[in-house]
Ligand binder design. Structure first.
Ligand code: ATP
Ligand code: MN
Length: 483
């Protein structure tokens, strides 16, 4: 007989027939045994469900049986049989068990009990072996796949924009320097400053905060493109919604005005949400139960009115509310938390930058729907956003989500050379940094628009996990770059 190939547990549970001889490999979650029978719950990460292995302890060497502990890796050959117990349709009647990797129970940090997310963050190298993180990472994969399929179906082209950038003109946040100079002994100019001409690239370079500017170059040739890559921000924001390294999806479309771009953003978020509902049901069911249990510990008032899947369906089924920044300021100024001075940042009047507390008030309390805010004051937005005829506001749009706040930030771009030139001069952006960007406005310029979706913010929404550090495998944040 040819050597038996490994069957994944997801395959076994969905397609294998009673009586089939199969081989599985995975990590032991629990083992219960008495003299007559041993039950092993085995998980191989292919699906949230464990496979129940049933073994006759007298048929297995004592040495082997002893090593089957929580966390150990084993291989099992056995017959698929109908399950006697409840909770699963089939189980595996073991004929042969092999220990692939032991896990000393005295030292293995993951015990078969509920661990806090904070604790699991400290052992991020092992947390993928928990139900919660298995579910998160499988959903993360599904969402990555859905992003590409959404744009591919629409004829968008994926563009890789650079991760190391020589321009710090994006203005989206503090940047991480990239250098090969010796920090103890850097080459100096005559005036005593570091001479970056001697650095690797012959100039100062940083990790990118956004692929947008380069994305625009591609859109003004290929019409509709998107980027999906890592971005970096060195701002010291220790919040549950900010990472120092995160992934961003940035579509950029020639011939789209702001309305077209809002339509695309709304369709995109609904597509991703529907994709999760259609393709991640088992993992979502687990996360939903987890969330319900977590909420039981909270006072009634703070519990969310909807379950996780209800929240997801709510996004798919409702139109997003669209309103201008000016209208939003009116609502916020007259809102209860503003009048009672409950906001940390009180809204005094037009021109104020909106904080997450204001965004969430609009979405969660006032409209109880996702909100798209448009036409922000030019003074609080980036240089490349298209100036409106009022000379005061720009064609920006932010999409705000429940529990998250800003999930998408975008705009129609300034395509008029002269207006853009004035803007960069007023903002002191050196022409030598953006000449290539300006060239697209000199040669065949066209109206165009785009936006950025923070992938981890979307993951937070889909999984219901409150902290952004729990939806990326290896979070980077101030003071932490472990694993
Ligand atoms: P915020 O005001 O929430 O800090 P931003 O306005 O700085 O965000 P943009 O520059 O507009 O963000 O970036 C586009 C999108 O990237 C945001 O809408 C958000 O989804 C996401 N994003 C921004 N900063 C971070 C971060 N530090 N960590 C994770 N996602 C982020
Ligand atoms: Mn933004």
């Amino acid at each position: 007989m040819a050597a038996l190939k490994r069957t994944k547990i997801v395959q076994l549970l969905s397609a294998e027939e009673i009586g089939n001889l199969v081989k599985v490999k995975g990590w032991v979650r629990t083992k219960r045994e008495n003299k007559n029978v041993a039950f092993i719950a085995l998980n191989d990460g292919s699906v949230i469900h464990n496979l129940q292995i049933v073994a006759d302890p007298t048929e297995i060497e004592e040495e082997v049986l002893k090593k089957i502990t929580t966390g150990a890796c084993i291989g099992v050959v056995g017959k698929v049989v109908a399950s006697q117990g409840k909770g699963q349709k089939v189980e595996l009647a073991a004929e042969k068990i092999e220990v692939i990797g032991t896990a000393n129970p005295e030292e293995y940090p993951l015990q078969p009990k509920k661990h806090s997310l904070e604790f699991l963050r400290e052992i991020a190298h092992l947390r993928p072996r928990t139900n919660t993180f298995g579910a998160v990472f499988r959903i993360r994969h599904a969402m990555i796949f859905a992003v590409h399929s959404f744009f591919n179906d629409k004829g968008f082209f994926n563009v890789h924009t650079p991760i190391i950038t020589g321009s710090d003109a994006e203005g989206a946040g503090e940047m991480f320097r990239v250098t090969t100079l010796d920090p103890l002994n850097p080459p100096l100019n005559e005036d005593g400053n570091i001479n970056y001409k001697e650095d690797f690239f012959g100039k100062e370079t940083n990790l990118t905060v956004s692929g947008q500017l380069e994305g625009e170059l591609a859109a003004l040739a290929l019409s509709e493109i998107y980027t999906f890559g890592p971005t970096f921000r060195a701002e010291n924001s220790n919040t549950t919604r900010h990472l120092a390294e995160f992934w961003m999806i940035e579509p950029e479309m020639a011939f789209y005005d702001l309305d077209d771009s809002m339509d695309l953003g709304e369709e995109f978020l609904k597509y991703l949400t529907q994709y999760a509902l259609d393709n991640c049901a088992d993992d979502l069911a687990f996360l939903e139960k987890r969330l319900l249990e977590e909420e039981k510990g909270k006072p009634q008032k703070e519990r969310s009115e909807m379950t996780l899947t209800e929240r997801l369906r709510f996004i798919v089924e409702n139109d997003f509310v669209r309103l201008t920044y000016t209208e939003a300021i009116d609502i916020l100024k007259n809102s209860k938390p503003n009048k009672k001075k409950k906001f940390q940042f009180l809204i005094e009047g037009w021109g104020a930058d909106l904080q997450s507390e204001h965004e969430r008030y609009l979405v969660e309390k006032h409209f109880k729907k996702p909100v798209i805010l448009t036409n922000y004051p030019a003074t609080i937005k980036a240089f490349y956003m298209r100036l409106n005829d009022d000379n005061k506001t720009v064609r920006a749009m932010d999409i705000l989500f429940p529990g998250i706040g800003e999930i998408i930030g975008g705009s129609q771009r300034e395509e008029r050379y002269d207006v853009l030139k004035q803007k960069i001069e007023a903002m002191d952006i050196p022409a030598k940094d953006v000449w290539w960007y300006m060239d697209t406005r000199r040669f065949g310029s066209a109206p165009h628009s785009g936006f950025g979706l923070g992938f981890e913010r979307m993951m937070q929404f889909i999984t219901g996990l409150n902290n952004i550090r729990d939806v990326i495998p290896f979070p980077r944040f101030p003071g932490s770059a472990d694993f």
